[in-house]
Structure formats: structure tokens, C-alpha cells
Design a protein around this ligand. Structure first.
Ligand SMILES: Cc1ncc(COP(=O)(O)O)c(C=O)c1O
Length: 383
């Protein structure tokens, strides 16, 4: 469906009415295996649900359409998607460049799992193009791993500039697009080779499923990843695939409201005495604002801020919030608050990716904005 708009693709790509019954919504194909018409006589190419399942195939087609790639692949989690990509592309002895601010679990995968497997890494500040160029080792670096905006400091990397550096070094640029979602940012169009999502977040959008995705432009890379997806086996079941697909249908309208609400939250935080810094790429004074403006449709629903009273005060703000639920994860319709240093990024303590103790991260949901502002005002009152 090449000529259709994003919202149309989100609702229709891969989701034609069911040919057997006319069902308008893709059925949940709860089956592990498929009858063959004689040995090797597959109907529609399905033989076993680790390799392919029609509900998952519909999701994968939709993911490819939304990121304008040639192939979409769905996984049991974002980390399963990352692991599949890294082990499909790299071998022991290879090198990767990773961001000096990223999701703590991504860092843990590189530093505690794949390093033992023989993959070395260098952390670089991705908003500094020269630092990335210096970190890349031509011939040895196989992937430049980019997260933009970053979790939790909301740093911004210039995807087009990094894709040039990666290409010159013979490496792939992989972009974790979880914070922006496919609606706000399209990394493949900016020169990235692979887009990765934790579909647990905005793509699913309702905090009811854990999932991951990869989308690639190159057909051969898509085939290599499909082979590894089946060979490694970390696939989502049909119900989880269906939940993500249902979430995608409303991604565009949800993201617009997430952005509207986040902008109002940023206004409140900037004017508050208890807050020393507000981290949001939409702010003109954000160091990555110009790049974000160039490569993002809007600036997203994630907002981080630093509390004047230090770590204990930041923890107390998290504990006092009521409507903002104290929880890990992000990107759902409900607002969440967390202390990255003690929660999502605890595994990065003592590493180049350690986060400041006075930092609070908000995932601004789509509730009535006045209720969100009132809750933050009371949570910050004693800070
Ligand atoms: C930016 C980012 N990337 C990747 C992941 C990992 O995804 P999952 O939790 O679905 O494995 C997360 C999870 O929080 C994340 O925030």
C-alpha cells in the first residue's frame, strides 16, 4: 500500500478482512502447527508457528509498512529483537559502538551477556559526531547502536550523520526508535539500516503486552534476520502479536495527545522552583533541539527532570505521585513516574551509562491534562 498515509497503513497494512469468514479484524491464530496437503504441501507457506504464524505475519507486514522497510520481524521482547540482530550480524571478536546514555537493559545485554560471547564495545556520546567517528574501528566495528531520543536523558543523535559514519566504516546503523515510535520518527528514511522497537511501549501503547520488533530496508539482511528469528526462537505468540497490532491502529492519535500533554507538563516543570533542569527535545535550549526538529514530527511523551533537593528529594517526588503511577516501562496511555537510578537503570550503576541520582523520568500519558498537572504540583510541593 505504498501511496497511503501513516494512519491508513496502521489500520490496514497486513490486515485485509479474513478470506475465510470476512472478519474485519485479523483472527488470533492460536495454533502451533498446520495441516499439510501431502508431504511438503503447505497452505500459504505455514508449517510451524515458531517459523511463522498468520497473526504474527499480519503484525510484521504492518510494522514494515509503518517504518517503510522491506521486512518487519516481531519478537517476544525488545531485548530479544536486539539479541537476534546482534548475533545475526556480529561474530565473536567484532566490535560495536553503543550510546553513553541508553536503556539500562540494552547496556546489560552488551556488557554482561554479549561481551562474554566475545563482542567488545565502546560507549560514545552520540550527540557528538566526532566522538562517534573516533569510537568506530573500520573493519572491526559491525554495528553503531543508536538510541534517539535516549532513555532516560532524552539526548538526541543525528541519524543521517551517524548513518554516514557507519557506512564509511563498513558498519550498520541500528536505531532504537522506542521513545519516538514509528509515527514521530522514521530512521530508515534518514539512512539507518535497521530500526528496533520495544513494542511494549508506544507501539503497543496500553501496557498490556511485552514485545519487540526489527524493521530493515535491505532484502538480504531481512532474510538473514528471518533465518535467525526462527533459529533462535524468541517469537511472540499470536495473542501478543494481536495486542501490538491493535495498539498500532491508534498510534498516530495517541502520539499526538502524548505530545500535547508532555508540552504542558514541560511548561509546569520549567516554572517550578523544585526543578533545576527539564530534559525535553522540544525545548529550544535542548542541545539536540535543531536535530530533533529536523528528524522528528514532534518531540514525544517522555520528559525527564532533575530535582533541586538531590536524590532523596527525587525519590520522594516519585513516592508522592498518585495519578502518575510509580512503575517501570513507558509509552502506555496511563502516565508513569520513576526514579531511573534505582529502577530502570540500576544495572548501569558504576558504568559510563550511570544516570544522575536527582533524575526523575515521566512517561506522560493521555489523561486529562489538568489532572496530570495537579498531581505533579502536589508531588513537587515539598521537594
Ligand atoms: C529504549 C528501550 N529500548 C529497549 C527496551 C527493551 O525492551 P523490552 O523491555 O521490550 O525487552 C526498553 C525497555 O524499557 C527501552 O526503553
Amino acid at each position: 500500500m505504498p501511496d497511503h498515509g501513516f494512519e491508513t497503513l496502521a489500520i490496514h497494512a497486513g490486515q485485509d478482512p479474513d478470506t475465510a469468514t470476512g472478519a474485519v479484524v485479523v483472527p488470533i491464530h492460536a495454533t502451533s502447527t498446520y495441516q499439510q496437503d501431502g508431504v511438503g504441501g503447505l497452505r500459504g507457506g505455514y508449517e510451524y508457528s515458531r517459523s511463522a504464524n498468520p497473526t504474527r505475519s499480519a503484525l510484521e507486514e504492518c510494522l514494515a509498512a509503518l517504518e517503510a522497510g522491506s521486512r518487519g520481524l516481531a519478537f517476544a521482547s525488545g531485548l530479544a529483537a536486539e539479541d537476534c540482530l546482534l548475533r545475526a550480524v556480529c561474530r565473536p571478536g567484532d566490535h560495536v559502538v553503543i550510546p553513553d546514555d541508553a536503556y539500562g537493559g540494552t547496556f546489560r545485554l552488551f556488557a554482561r551477556v554479549l561481551e562474554r560471547w566475545g563482542l567488545s564495545w565502546t560507549a560514545a556520546s552520540l550527540d557528538d559526531v566526532d566522538a562517534v567517528r573516533a569510537a568506530v574501528r573500520p573493519g572491526e566495528t559491525k554495528i553503531v547502536w543508536c538510541e534517539t531520543p535516549t532513555n532516560p536523558l532524552l539526548g538526541v543523535a543525528d541519524i543521517a550523520a551517524l548513518s554516514g559514519i557507519a557506512r564509511d566504516a563498513g558498519a550498520l546503523l541500528a536505531v532504537d526508535n522506542t521513545f519516538a515510535s514509528a509515527y514521530l520518527q522514521q530512521p530508515l528514511a534518514l539512512g539507518a539500516d535497521v530500526v528496533m522497537h520495544s513494542t511494549t511501549k508506544y507501539m503497543g501503547g496500553h501496557s498490556d503486552v511485552v514485545g519487540g520488533a526489527l524493521v530493515v530496508a535491505d532484502v538480504e539482511l531481512g532474510e538473514r534476520l528471518t533465518y535467525h528469528q526462527n533459529a533462535m526462537g524468541a517469537v511472540p505468540g499470536p495473542f501478543d502479536s494481536w495486542l501490538v497490532m491493535r495498539g498500532l491502529k491508534t498510534l498516530a492519535v495517541r502520539m499526538e495527545r502524548h505530545c500535547d500533554n508532555a508540552e504542558r507538563v514541560v511548561e509546569l516543570l520549567r516554572a517550578h522552583d523544585a526543578v533545576t533542569h527539564v530534559l525535553y527535545p522540544g525545548l529550544a535550549e535542548h542541545p539536540g533541539h535543531e536535530v530533533a526538529e529536523k528528524q522528528m514530527r514532534r518531540f514525544g511523551g517522555m520528559v525527564s527532570f532533575r530535582v533541586r533537593g538531590g536524590e532523596e528529594a527525587a525519590v520522594a517526588v516519585c513516592n508522592r505521585a498518585r495519578l502518575f503511577i510509580l512503575a517501570e516501562s513507558l509509552g502506555g496511555v496511563e502516565s508513569l513516574i520513576e526514579h531511573p537510578g534505582r529502577m530502570t537503570h540500576a544495572s548501569a550503576a558504576g558504568s559510563p551509562l550511570e544516570v544522575p541520582g536527582d533524575l526523575v523520568r515521566l512517561s506522560v500519558g493521555i489523561e486529562t491534562i489538568d489532572d496530570l498537572l495537579a498531581d505533579l504540583t502536589q508531588a513537587l510541593a515539598e521537594a
